[in-house]
Design a protein around this ligand. Structure first.
Ligand code: CO
Length: 495
C-alpha cells in the first residue's frame, strides 16, 4: 500500500473514535440524565486525549512525511498540506499543557455558570485569570510573527491576523455606528414574532418544515433541543441540529433553526469520501458561519422569502394571516441597541464582536487585567452599542467562550457575516435570487453553494476559497453594500 493510502486509512480509523466522541458530546447536550454529568465528562476527556495522542504521534508524523512525496492529485496535495499543518501545530503544544487547558477550562465553565446565575463576576475572575495564562502559554508555544493574538486567531481563521482585522474594522465600525444612530431614530416596526403565544409543538413542526424547504436531508439528520443551538456531524450521513423554543418568542427558535440549518447544509454537502480526512471539514469557522448567516439573514430575512413563506407559516400559526409579507419581513429585521450578542440584529451584531475582539487582544497581550473586565466591558458597550448593562449577567458574563478558553474565536462570527455578503454578490451574477426565493425554489441556490463552497470542503485556505468564489480578497465593502441596500427598503432610509 502506498503511504498516501495508508495515511488515509489511519485518518479514517481514528475518525471512528472522533465520531463516537461527537455522538457522546451530542448526547451530553441533549438527552443525558443530569446525574451522569461528571462520569460522562471523564469519558469525553479520556477519548479525546486518546485521539489527540494519535494525531500527534511519531507514527502519524512519519506517514505524513512519506505521503508528501507521493501526492499527485490536487486533492491528495491538499490532504497532505493540511495534515502536515495540523500535525505540526498540535505537536507544538506539550501534552501536559493541553491537559492543564482541558482541566482548567472544565472548572472555569462550572464557575462561569455559577457566576452568571448570581450575576457576580468576582466569583469567576481568579479562574478566568488561570485560563488566560494557559492560553497565553499556548500562544507562545504555537508562535507568531507580530502579535501574540495572531497565534490564536489562526486556530479558527487560518491566515487571519490582528493587523488585517484592524484594516477591516474601522470603516465597518464607522458605517455601522452611524447606521444604528439613523435607524433607531425611526419608529420601530411591530415585532409580531414576540407579540403572541406560539405553541411549542407547532414551532417544532414549523422548524422541520423550513429545514425541508431549505434542502436539509432528514434521512441523514435530525433535530433536537439544547440550551444553546448547535450543529454536529456525528459521521457520514449523520448531521444533527439542535434548537430551542420559547412560547413567547417565535423569532428566536425560527431563526436559530434556519441558522443551524445553514451549517448543516454545508456539512451535508461535504463529499463523503473526504470524511475523516483533514480535508473533510469546513474551510474555516468563518466560512462555516458564512453559510449559516447566508440562510438565516440573506435568505430567510428577505422580502421574497416572506412572500413565499407567509402562506406556509399561516398553516402553523393563524396569526400570520393578520400581517402582510412586508410587515413580517420588517418584524424579522428590527434593529435595536441591545445587550445580548446572540439576540442582536444584523446591523448591531458586528459591533458586539468588535468590542470582544478589542478586549481579547488586550487581555492576551496583557494590556488589561482580568479583574478590570466588568469596567472595560461597560466602557466598550457604551462606545460600540451606546447602552450599558446594569449587571454582569447581561454584560461580561453573557458568553461561555472565555471559560472554554476559545480566545480568537469571536472574530469568526464577524468574518462570517462579511463572507456571506461577498458570496451573496457573487451568486447574484449567476442566479435571479429574488425570483427563485419568491417561487420557493431553493435548489438552484443550494446547488450553487454546493458547487462553490460545500464540495470544496477544506481543500483550500479560506482566503483562497473566497478569491476563487468572488475574484477578490475578503473586504468589508460587500457587507456594507448589502446593509445599505436592505435597510433602505426595510426602514425607508438612506445609510
Ligand atoms: Co453559527
Amino acid at each position: 500500500m502506498s503511504a498516501i493510502e495508508e495515511l488515509k486509512e489511519k485518518y479514517r480509523w481514528i475518525y471512528h473514535f472522533q465520531s463516537a466522541l461527537n455522538l457522546i458530546e451530542w448526547d451530553f447536550e441533549t438527552h443525558m440524565p443530569k446525574k451522569a454529568f461528571a462520569k460522562r465528562a471523564e469519558a469525553i476527556g479520556i477519548i479525546s486525549s486518546f485521539v489527540f495522542q494519535y494525531l500527534t504521534s511519531d507514527e502519524l508524523g512519519k506517514l505524513i512525511a512519506q505521503a508528501e512525496n507521493e501526492a499527485k492529485s490536487e486533492e491528495d496535495k491538499a490532504l497532505v498540506y493540511f495534515a502536515k499543518k495540523d500535525y505540526e501545530k498540535q505537536r507544538k503544544i506539550p501534552p501536559k499543557l493541553w491537559q492543564k487547558f482541558s482541566v482548567e477550562t472544565s472548572k472555569a465553565q462550572a464557575i462561569w455558570e455559577e457566576a452568571k446565575e448570581k450575576s457576580d463576576f468576582s466569583i469567576y475572575a481568579d479562574q478566568l485569570e488561570k485560563v488566560v495564562e494557559i492560553v497565553i502559554e499556548i500562544a507562545e508555544k504555537i508562535g507568531y510573527e507580530r502579535n501574540r493574538y495572531d497565534a490564536l486567531l489562526d486556530f479558527f481563521e487560518p491566515g487571519m491576523t490582528t493587523e488585517k482585522l484592524n484594516e477591516l474594522i474601522p470603516p465597518l465600525k464607522k458605517f455601522l455606528t452611524e447606521a444604528v444612530n439613523k435607524i433607531t431614530e425611526k419608529e420601530k416596526p411591530t415585532d409580531m414574532f414576540r407579540k403572541y403565544e406560539f405553541d411549542i409543538q407547532k414551532q417544532k413542526e414549523l422548524s422541520k418544515k423550513v429545514l425541508e424547504i431549505m434542502g436539509y436531508d432528514f434521512g441523514a439528520g435530525r433535530i433536537d433541543i439544547s440550551a444553546h443551538p448547535f450543529t454536529t456531524t456525528i459521521g457520514p450521513y449523520d448531521v444533527r441540529i439542535t434548537t430551542r423554543y420559547d412560547v413567547h418568542d417565535l423569532k428566536n427558535s425560527f431563526y436559530s433553526t434556519v441558522h443551524e440549518g445553514g451549517h448543516a447544509l454545508y456539512e451535508q454537502g461535504i463529499p463523503e469520501e473526504y470524511r475523516g480526512l483533514p480535508i473533510g471539514d469546513g474551510a474555516s469557522m468563518a466560512i462555516h458561519e458564512s453559510q449559516s448567516r447566508f440562510w438565516e439573514n440573506i435568505v430567510a430575512r428577505s422580502l421574497p422569502f416572506w412572500k413565499f413563506f407567509k402562506p406556509i407559516a399561516e398553516e402553523y400559526f393563524e396569526i400570520f394571516k393578520e400581517y402582510s409579507a412586508e410587515d413580517i419581513w420588517r418584524a424579522s429585521n428590527i434593529v435595536e441597541r441591545s445587550l445580548i450578542r446572540t439576540e442582536a440584529d444584523e446591523v448591531t451584531y458586528n459591533l458586539h464582536i468588535m468590542l470582544r475582539f478589542d478586549i481579547e487582544e488586550a487581555l492576551i497581550n496583557r494590556k488589561i487585567k482580568v479583574k478590570d473586565l466588568p469596567r472595560v466591558w461597560n466602557e466598550k458597550m457604551k462606545e460600540y452599542i451606546g447602552i450599558v448593562p446594569s449587571n454582569d449577567r447581561e454584560g461580561v458574563l453573557q458568553d461561555v467562550h472565555w471559560a472554554h478558553g476559545t480566545f480568537g474565536y469571536f472574530p469568526s462570527y464577524m468574518l462570517g457575516n462579511l463572507y456571506s455578503a461577498q458570496i451573496y454578490y457573487a451568486l447574484l451574477n449567476d442566479i435571479d435570487f429574488d425570483k427563485e426565493i419568491e417561487l420557493g425554489n431553493f435548489d438552484k441556490i443550494l446547488n450553487w453553494l454546493r458547487k462553490k463552497v460545500h464540495r470544496k470542503a477544506r481543500t483550500k485556505e479560506p482566503n483562497k476559497l473566497i478569491k476563487e468564489i468572488s475574484g477578490e480578497e475578503l473586504s468589508e465593502g460587500y457587507f456594507i453594500k448589502y446593509i445599505k441596500e436592505k435597510y433602505k427598503k426595510v426602514y425607508n432610509i438612506k445609510l
